[in-house]
Write a protein that binds this ligand. Structure first.
Ligand SMILES: NC(=O)c1ccc[n+]([C@@H]2O[C@H](COP(=O)([O-])OP(=O)(O)OC[C@H]3O[C@@H](n4cnc5c(N)ncnc54)[C@H](OP(=O)(O)O)[C@@H]3O)[C@@H](O)[C@H]2O)c1
Length: 293
């Protein structure tokens, strides 16, 4: 199978490129400098040249806080870009895999009480920040355009490449004696390596529609940091303090609750990874890479 990866230089795109190396599948990676998904003609030309079976759309505007001031840019990439990819795939009979986010949901404490196991795929979207609204608009466009599509919503994405919360906490825990981390936002990480493997299986099973993919558990950023410190043996050296979202000012509103219910995935035969196992694996990969440097 030939897979074309957009946004191949991003966190998830790089994980895809690494994963496909040495498999029986043929990868074609396009970073943002090689293919801008807001350029309709460029997408069509690349798909005509490459003739992939599947497009894995990892390209996105992901700067959640900056999106509050750059609404047009966020919608241009996350809605219009996604739509151009969907149209080009549909007319060529190519399957499109697109990634979306937990931030399409309201994320209120009221929802947390009603949905202790998380948001299922069919729950009505109600994004509370510009990034979430732009990603939801992209989902709606892909669905409207039709064709063979798979929209995978993920949360708290973390991998060895690019920037993410776990890598930031690892760095801070080396540089600082004290860490203050929010303890009133509940969710669960999606690990890039697990996501790529599960995406590949869903593609091979020819699944279509929406799926939620995250690791199993319901934790806060504080819980995640506590475990990072424990696993790296830095828990005695770094003082960890729980704070509220109000104390940690950020431009974009962050949901109090963004747990994804992944039962549909489990029913498809793909078991959720436990978040602690995912974290351990990620930390050991980060370690290996640092040792190689
Ligand atoms: N990170 C998370 O916590 C999280 C959570 C939920 C869902 N997601 C979703 O998961 C997917 C992957 O996210 P990620 O963490 O891998 O993001 P990322 O590291 O920011 O990667 C996104 C990539 O898209 C590229 N890009 C931006 N605009 C583009 C354009 N117009 N044309 C082509 N490429 C463009 C970026 O290139 P430049 O760097 O050159 O701009 C970057 O390489 C996204 O759909 C995101 O919305 C992420």
């Amino acid at each position: 199978m030939k897979l074309l990866i957009t946004g191949a230089g991003g966190q998830l795109g790089m994980e895809w490129m690494e994963h496909l190396e040495g498999t029986r599948h043929q990868p074609a990676g396009y970073g943002s400098g090689m293919l801008d998904i807001t350029d309709k003609q460029a997408i069509q030309k690349v798909l005509d040249d490459e003739q992939p079976d599947v497009v894995i759309n990892c390209a996105a505007y992901t700067a959640v806080d900056d999106a509050e001031d750059n609404r047009d840019k966020a919608f241009r990439v996350n809605r219009d870009g996604a739509a151009y990819v969907a149209e080009a795939c549909k007319t060529r009979g190519i399957t499109m895999v697109h990634y979306s986010t937990d931030y399409v949901f309201e994320g209120s404490e009221r929802d947390q009480k009603k949905l202790p196991d998380g948001y299922p795929e069919h729950h009505p979207a109600n994004p509370q920040n510009v990034y979430g609204a732009s990603k939801r608009a992209g989902e709606e466009e892909i669905k409207r355009i039709g064709g063979d599509w798979l929209i995978l919503r993920v949360s708290w994405l973390c991998g060895v490449y690019g920037n993410n919360f776990i890598k930031t906490m690892l760095r801070f825990s080396k540089e600082r004696d004290e860490l203050k981390v929010v303890n009133d936002q509940t969710g669960c990480p999606t690990f890039c390596s697990d996501l790529v493997v599960k995406t590949m299986k869903l593609v091979e099973m020819e699944k279509k529609g929406y799926f939620h993919i995250s690791s199993a558990g319901a934790i806060t950023w504080f819980d995640l940091t506590e475990e990072i410190l424990k696993l790296t043996g830095r828990d005695h050296r770094v003082q960890l303090t729980a704070i509220s979202s109000e104390e940690f000012a950020s431009k974009a509103h962050r949901p109090a609750f963004s747990l994804l219910n992944c039962e549909k995935l489990t029913r498809a035969g793909l078991n959720q990874l436990n978040w602690k196992d995912g974290l351990e694996r990620l930390l050991s990969r980060v370690n290996e890479i640092e040792e190689e440097l």
